[in-house]
Design a protein around this ligand. Structure first.
Ligand SMILES: [Fe+2]
Length: 393
């Protein structure tokens, strides 16, 4: 067996009603919080007022920043950090999906540096290795979607507004101290978001399983998360109020997040190529993986016959008498059928990508997402990446 390591420093509070424990938990992090959320959804649903009220119940002062955008940009983080420092906040609370949680982690990081430009720490910036930086301030995340896994990963994805890149960044300190995962907050997620975030969970689990960084620890989570998505995403899309399906998707998201985050496996070429689609088009994150996933599987299925065969089995497309090699060769088709089942089958053209974008997207993959690309079981050259994009148009 290979050697491996893991560490799960985030205290996770999982289950229906757990959000009500904020007054008990938040005082461990500080006295004055910046609460980051998206105005149009979190305010409208009443979640923002509820969380603000719960924080205040605990005697915490709250500065609300309800201006989180769907794909948070460098300028947003710089502005929010300035407000955080000016108000004398000492921790952040991210309420929402990946965008709000990532913003909370990024602001907690940049505030610890005394402010400045978050772009310096992104790939292509002046200090992407984060040499000599201070540890991020404390952060609590309350997730309202079952996708991204951001609540248990150190990663935050911030769009560089100059070159439209969407690098994932983070270090050991940019991980939330407390994560509240309350499926009751997910009952009102619209079907389109449930789809996009749910399919992202499938990719986190599947990619971490077919990564060269997979470990016996992460395999446990990846297999279970794939299975949970296959069994529950359809119900969560069609019957959003179904607490059991929402809970199972939330759990799938949490454990897939641990696999790619604290468990130290990783996403692979699918996320590497998908991020650049998102950077160019602002398409929903999960759908960018859906666009590139089948081509990636066709290119790599023979890199590890046993693992790709297992993917076909878990997705539910194994037929009796098939050898592992036949099952592995069937994994691209199994993925396509799974995407179709959840109405997530899209091409890059559907997402607004044109052929002219392929070159800059390829540049961006190698500049900003080479870490994930390097976790692929098959080495992918620049020509391979261009071809994968062309095959997915
Ligand atoms: Fe993702």
């Amino acid at each position: 067996m290979k050697n491996f390591e893991f560490s799960i420093p985030t205290a996770v509070y999982f289950g229906a009603g757990e959000v009500n424990r904020i007054p008990e938990l938040a005082p461990k992090l500080g006295k004055k919080a910046m609460l980051l959320a998206a105005k149009d959804t979190m305010r409208a649903l009443g979640f923002l007022d509820k969380v603000e009220g719960l924080l205040k119940t605990a005697g915490i002062e709250v500065l609300v920043s309800d201006d989180v955008s769907p794909n948070p940009r460098d300028k947003d983080i710089n502005r929010q950090t300035e407000a955080f420092l000016k108000a004398g906040c000492d921790f952040t609370v991210g309420l929402g999906g990946g965008s709000a949680m990532d913003s909370a982690k990024a602001v907690a990081f940049l505030a610890a540096q005394g402010g400045g430009n978050i772009r310096d720490y992104l790939a292509g910036g002046s200090n992407p290795e984060m040499a000599g930086v201070k540890d991020a301030l404390k952060c609590m995340v309350i997730t309202t979607t079952a996708g991204t896994g951001s609540e248990v990963t150190p990663w935050w994805v911030i769009t560089n507004t100059d070159d439209h890149e969407k690098p994932g960044t983070g270090n050991d300190s940019t991980i939330a101290e407390i994560a509240i995962i309350d499926p009751e907050l997910m009952l009102t997620i619209p079907a389109s978001i449930t789809k996009g975030t749910g399919i992202d969970v499938l990719f986190h689990a599947m990619e971490a399983y077919i990564a060269n960084t997979a470990t016996p620890f992460t395999d446990l989570f990846c297999r279970e998360a794939m299975k949970l998505v296959v069994e529950n995403l359809g119900t969560a899309i069609e019957d959003g109020k179904n607490l059991e399906a929402r809970s199972n998707m939330a759990w799938a998201n949490t454990i897939a997040g641990i696999a790619i985050g604290e468990g130290k496996s990783s996403t692979v070429g699918i996320h590497a190529l998908g991020h650049s689609i998102g950077g160019q088009t602002d398409a929903p994150h999960g759908m960018t993986m859906a666009a590139i996933g089948p081509a990636y599987m066709r290119k790599t299925w023979d890199a590890d016959i046993e693992r790709y065969a297992e993917v076909t089995r878990i997705l539910g497309y194994a037929e009796e008498g098939m050898s592992d090699k036949e099952l592995a060769a069937k994994s691209p088709e199994a993925l396509i059928k799974t995407l179709e089942k959840f109405d997530c089958r899209v091409s890059m053209s559907d997402l607004g990508v044109t052929e002219a974008m392929i070159e800059p997207m390829t540049d961006s993959v190698f500049k900003t997402m080479s870490g994930c690309l390097d976790c692929s079981l098959k080495v992918l050259t620049r020509d391979d990446v261009v071809q994968l994009y062309k095959d997915s148009l």
